[in-house]
Design a protein around this ligand. Structure first.
Ligand code: ATP
Length: 618
């Protein structure tokens, strides 16, 4: 059986004490990693000069706690992301990462666990519900029954000491939730569900007070003793945290200045002529050295990185990397299909749909606001156009004005839909790239759970109030056609908002992008300008106008079969429609619905494509 030697006690205090881990975690090696980026600059995104972020770094990470330290901007997170397969591979100029001698590709992210720096958890769900969500989607149903999953979640809650807050919500901007430390532990728990033997964490202690940071690293230390390889970047840990590290990688401007046992780091720098004062924290000492704030008693022309390359630590790593048997079958890649998703499409849809619905129920502000706004506008329109007369000219003027007002309200009233994919973008990217669910599952659950409470119900309430207050055609079928048209107009506006929402990551850009097509469509709707009198090369834009189809449909629905009076003279609805060049046949009415349906389908399909194209790389 494989046996891995590990320290149990703080370095320096009992260096020869070892613990035998019966099943060691994987060994991760990386060789000659050279990573660079090119920043796009200026208005036209001109490609800027090449910037080296990691310069030929090599190392070996074994079972235990492997810390990556360095000053800010030294490349800690970049190194972590590259070895975890999360950094955009286009920037990798050379080098490869092996896990147990197997070549790893970006698929490592489906078989390992990665805890991001900013916790991405659903704030409206409790700690237990979040963990169960992860368990339901990431544990194969063939091996784990519902009871097994619950048991596993309870085990993690106990292991992470989350018993007291298991039923507390994580917290949102409206709900006060768990503390920062509990949040971080829950994030770690979300990843531990799959019992990964390789765990990456990006700055797990940033933003936490020193005691909480201590408890998080102690927790990781305990987990590593169960046979896990834990690799994390960390800023400036206090001594009680630092002494728990087994292996230290120290970076400076993308180069390695030390990689080896953390217990030997002080000795190494002392051998270079640096003195660590009594009571100084070793972590501070190392950062002072890399920042040039500590003087050296043996000045040299060579940089710290060059000195490290000549050291026994670097040579030992190079020797070991040379003696590794070279890349074998890329196991992570060949298992790709099997490791992609462990649950079926419909099961994922059920679990993700349930979470989305729960999120809306517990965070109902948007739904209430949408309903409230529709009721207020319906009453307002109902009062302004109360029981419209059939006498001319007000019969026509009021009806056309009311319809324009209605359609504007249906389109612009759905601007809130632009937040749909922007709000949870970080959660989606993290969960989707972590293999929780398919993009289509997330898309469908978000779209359909949003549509019913936020779009269809409020529009129906609006139609009921406004239609009968305005005194439009009394036939019930006419009311149904009216409600259908308003719903279709609303859905067309919403689907365009979804497309914008899936395409950009900021609200301000989304608001600009959505306002522009809405205003253009309004101009080409047929109310503000007679479309037949317009320049030919410009008037084609009317075919893309939601307003035009909506206005035509409600006008046909109301006018057809009506007779208006002006003294002894009469005007039929058909005469009016003809004068406006509107086709009022049965198909003439339904072609507007078909066109609106077409706009909805095109926008929804493009929104889905955009969601798939979201950049998952860091
Ligand atoms: N995609 C990128 N595009 C441009 N520059 C990048 C990119 N990724 C990293 N960098 C740059 O590379 C350098 C190292 O970044 P990195 O985030 O790895 O540093 P860090 O040591 O983790 O810093 P911090 O402790 O502040 O998080 C920084 O100067 C950063 O601006």
């Amino acid at each position: 059986m494989d046996v891995c030697q590990m320290k149990m006690f703080p370095p320096g205090e009992s260096d020869d004490t070892v613990v035998h881990v019966k099943v060691p975690g994987p060994t991760l090696t990386f060789q000659n990693i050279h990573y660079c980026v090119r920043e796009n600059r200026g208005l036209f995104r001109k490609r800027g000069p090449k910037k080296d972020i990691l310069r030929n770094v090599s190392g070996i990470m074994r079972t235990g706690l492997n810390a990556i330290m360095g000053a800010t901007g030294s490349g800690k997170t970049s190194l972590l992301d590259v070895i975890a397969g999360r950094k955009d591979p286009r920037g990798l100029r050379s080098g490869q990462v092996l896990v147990d001698n197997m070549v790893v590709t970006s698929e490592l992210r489906l078989t390992s666990a990665y805890v991001v720096q900013d916790d991405v958890l659903m704030g409206t769900l409790t700690v237990r519900e979040n963990l169960l969500f992860s368990g339901n989607l990431r544990l194969p149903r063939q091996q784990y029954s519902t009871a097994d999953k619950k048991e596993k979640v309870e085990g993690i809650i106990r292991e992470l000491g989350l018993e007291d807050c298991a039923n507390t919500k994580i917290g949102t901007e409206f709900i006060r939730g768990v503390s920062g430390g509990e949040r971080k532990r829950c994030s770690i728990g979300m990843e531990l569900i799959t019992s990964p033997s390789l765990l990456f964490l990006d700055e797990p202690t940033t933003g936490l007070d020193s005691n909480t940071a201590n408890s998080i690293i102690s927790l990781l230390h305990r987990l590593s003793r169960g046979g896990r390889t834990i690799i994390f970047s960390i800023h400036q840990p206090r001594y009680s945290i630092f002494r728990l590290f087994d292996h230290l990688t120290l970076l400076h401007k993308g180069e390695m200045v030390y990689a080896g046992p953390s217990s030997k780091a002080i000795g190494y720098f002392q051998s270079l002529g640096y003195t660590c004062e009594a009571f100084n924290n070793p972590a501070d000492f190392f950062l002072d050295i890399t920042n040039g704030e500590t003087s050296c008693s043996m000045p040299t022309e060579k940089s710290l990185a060059e000195l490290y390359k000549e050291s026994q630590f670097c040579n030992a790593v190079a020797e070991e990397l040379k003696s590794t048997t070279g890349p074998l079958v890329p196991s992570f890649e060949t298992n790709r299909k099997a490791s992609s998703y462990v649950t079926s499409f419909f099961y994922q849809l059920k679990v993700v749909g349930w979470r989305t619905a729960l999120n809306i129920i517990r965070n109902p502000q948007t739904s209430y606001a949408q309903l409230g706004m529709n009721i207020v506008f319906a009453l307002l329109i109902g009062l302004i156009y109360y029981q419209m007369p059939k006498t001319l000219p007000e019969a026509l003027q009021n009806r056309i004005g009311a319809f324009f007002f209605l359609i504007i309200n249906m389109v612009f009233g759905n601007l809130s839909a632009v937040e749909l994919f922007i709000n949870e973008r970080a959660i989606f990217v993290h969960e989707n790239s972590g293999g929780y669910y398919r993009t289509s599952v997330y898309f469908l659950s978000k779209v359909f759970v949003d549509l019913l409470p936020n779009r269809i119900v409020p529009v129906f309430v609006f139609a009921c109030i406004a239609y009968y207050m305005m005194g439009l055609k009394p036939a019930f079928t006419a009311f149904l056609c009216f409600a259908l048209t308003l719903s279709m107009v609303s859905l067309a506006g919403v689907s365009l908002a979804f497309l914008v929402s899936a395409s950009v990551s900021s609200f301000s850009i989304a608001n600009v992008l959505i306002a522009l097509p809405f205003i253009l469509m309004m101009v080409f709707g047929g109310f503000l300008v007679n479309l037949n009198s317009m320049l030919n090369w410009l008037s084609w834009l009317k075919w893309a106008s939601i307003f035009k189809y909506g206005l035509d449909a409600v006008t046909i629905n109301e006018m057809k079969g009506q007779v208006f009076y002006s003294g002894n003279a009469t005007l039929t609805g058909e005469m009016y429609l003809r004068s406006q060049g509107i086709d009022y046949s049965v198909w003439g009415f339904w072609q507007n619905q078909v066109a609106l349906l077409g706009i909805i389908l095109v926008c929804i399909t493009l929104a889905y494509i955009q969601l798939r194209r979201i950049n998952r790389w860091k």
